[in-house]
Ligand binder design. Structure first.
Ligand SMILES: *Cc1c(COP(=O)(O)O)cnc(C)c1O
Length: 543
């Protein structure tokens, strides 16, 4: 190894970096976080490794609080005891009128609630008393979720939100069924579990995955209980972070049972192009039994976004999360969406007809909870299996969380232009510019860039900032984690290495979501300083 600044660090040497490269990027970053406060320059630590946003949606939270207040007041109508510490229950009859009287249209939170009910009654034809009753009873959380998959009106509102935010004109709200879950994370877990239990994915099956990708999609399929073979479709910066036609053509092979994708991507932060969407349509025509799971958590951050679900709805399960856009990671709010007519159910029917053992297995498993176990839909199996069958009658997401999601969605549905979406794009956009301007390198401004994250190739940055010989020298002489390590050790700035996402070595990910704009200018400055240090070492060694 060349004479590096690492030599003067007492605690970590090259071998330690070697050890680190066996860990996942989340663990490496956790180690970096620990050493950041002791950085050699005595800087205030900056952590841009996290995807957790540092903003929150205020209106829907306040509205949720007001709905709780209203629900309690309405419960007191039936009876109270213990000086009001106990109240009775909500009655449906006349509740819309009582609600309208309680709410103050001058207050933005109350206005959201009034608008939500108005939207439900006027646009969706929902009965006003039923709507308000579901919201109030759901907000106070006094009943098990019924139906367990999703509250009835919550599903209608969420469907309209998904249609407006992600489908770009395709009208699928009425044909889509939803299962609200404990974040997108639970949706992912339930989907993997159900694809296995339904025999859609068997051990040894091939699943294609668009990489680089959010690491769980690489880590879950290879677990012993799934034992799937991953076919990575690696996109590269040279191809604008899009999959090539040749890569997408691989999906036409019927031995590929499923395609898992994150769109827009994490970490590359790019939406699939229209061309890729057309190509996916073509692929499904050639391989009609292909199952697709699309994780569209970042969809709203890309202008003009269109989900794969709206292109091939019958083949696709859509995973959505409210975590990022609305700053509700602690709430755990996500969902799975499925078309009423889908290949998941078709495959189940075919397997049942073709294989007596599978038929017997399904009958045995689901007859405990439904009268027609063989025709139980994939999405309902997901709900039942999420509670190990035995607890199906108390399954479903907590009702206050369902109402919270409904209000976040309604906040977007009931305003004419998406001012909240614009604000969220503005926040990450400013930080993105502060970072790339600070580095003095042209930023990627192409369409479909969410700017929620940005990937930086360190050797390429070295080449752009100095020259190719210098960057080759770095690659040859240093562990690929060296730059990130020295950035934290010397400057206290934590960035995330992107190799465990499936990116080629040399890429680091910066999240634009979790620090104020100034921090991004600062981190660019530190990176430039560090580049200059490496360059000085390069010159010293190449005299
Ligand atoms: C953050 C993230 C999730 C997790 O969403 P939660 O709703 O917080 O569980 C899922 N998928 C991707 C791609 C993410 O980046």
């Amino acid at each position: 190894m060349a004479d590096t600044a690492l030599d003067k660090f007492e605690s970590i040497d090259g071998s330690k970096l070697g050890e680190l490269s066996h860990l996942s990027n989340f663990e490496v970053t956790a180690d970096f976080r620990k050493i950041a406060p002791d950085n050699l320059n005595g800087n205030e630590p900056i952590d841009v490794g996290r995807g957790n946003p540092n903003w929150i949606n205020t209106t829907a939270r306040l509205a949720q609080g007001r709905m709780v207040e209203f629900g309690i007041k309405d419960s007191e109508r039936t009876f109270t005891k213990d000086n009001g510490a106990m109240a009775g229950y909500i009655e449906m009859d006349g509740i819309e009128d009582r609600f309208k009287e309680f709410m103050n249209p001058e207050n933005p939170a109350d206005q959201l609630l009034l608008n939500t009910v108005k939207y439900a009654t006027d646009e969706l034809g929902i009965n006003g008393d039923e709507m308000v009753h579901e919201m109030a009873d759901g907000a106070i959380g006094n009943h098990y979720p019924v139906p367990s998959r999703s509250l009835v009106n919550v599903e209608k509102i969420l469907n309209k939100y998904l249609e407006k935010a992600l489908y770009r004109g395709a009208e699928l709200a009425n044909e889509t069924e939803l299962f609200p879950t404990e974040g997108g994370a639970a949706s992912m877990v339930y989907i993997f579990n159900e694809m296995k239990l339904s025999h859609i994915l068997e051990p040894g099956d091939k699943v294609a995955i668009n990489t680089p990708i959010f690491t769980p999609y690489l880590e879950i399929p290879i677990l012993k209980e799934y034992n799937l073979e991953i076919v990575p479709l690696l996109s590269s910066e040279d191809n604008d972070w899009q999959m090539t036609d040749e890569q997408l053509d691989q999906l036409k092979d019927p031995s590929i049972k499923a395609f898992f994708d994150v769109n827009p991507t994490n970490p590359a932060a790019r939406a699939f192009s229209n061309h890729a969407l057309d190509k996916i349509k073509e692929v499904v025509e050639a391989n009609p039994k292909l199952t697709i799971v699309t994780d569209d958590v970042y969809g709203t951050f890309a202008e003009g976004f269109k989900t794969i679900y709206s292109v091939v709805p019958h083949n696709t399960l859509l995973v959505y999360s409210f975590s990022k856009l609305f700053g509700v990671t602690g709430h755990r709010l996500g969902l799975t969406a499925a078309h009423k007519d889908n290949v998941f159910d078709q495959i189940i029917a075919e397997k049942t007809a073709a294989n007596p053992e599978i038929k017997a297995e399904f009958e045995d498993r689901y007859s405990k909870v439904v009268t027609d176990p063989l025709h139980m839909k994939f999405i309902d199996r997901m709900v039942a299996d999420s509670r190990a069958i035995g607890l199906y009658h108390v399954a479903g997401l907590s009702t206050p969380q369902q109402i919270m999601m409904e209000l976040l969605a309604a906040n977007n549905l009931t305003v004419g232009d998406d001012t909240y979406l614009d604000a969220s794009r503005e926040v990450v956009g400013e930080r993105y510019n502060a970072f790339w301007n600070g580095l003095g390198v042209d930023a990627d401004e192409s369409e479909g860039n969410t700017k929620y994250y940005t990937l930086i190739n360190i050797p390429t940055l070295m080449e752009k900032s100095y020259n190719k010989d210098f960057s080759d020298w770095y690659v040859k002489n240093y562990n690929y984690l060296d730059f990130s390590y020295r950035l934290v050790r010397e400057f206290g700035a934590v960035i995330m290495d992107a190799s465990s996402f499936g990116a080629n070595e040399g890429y680091v990910r910066i999240s634009l979501a979790n620090m104020p704009t100034e921090s991004y200018a600062k981190i660019a400055e530190y990176m430039k300083e560090l580049l200059a240090q490496y360059y000085a070492e390069y010159q010293k060694n190449n005299k």
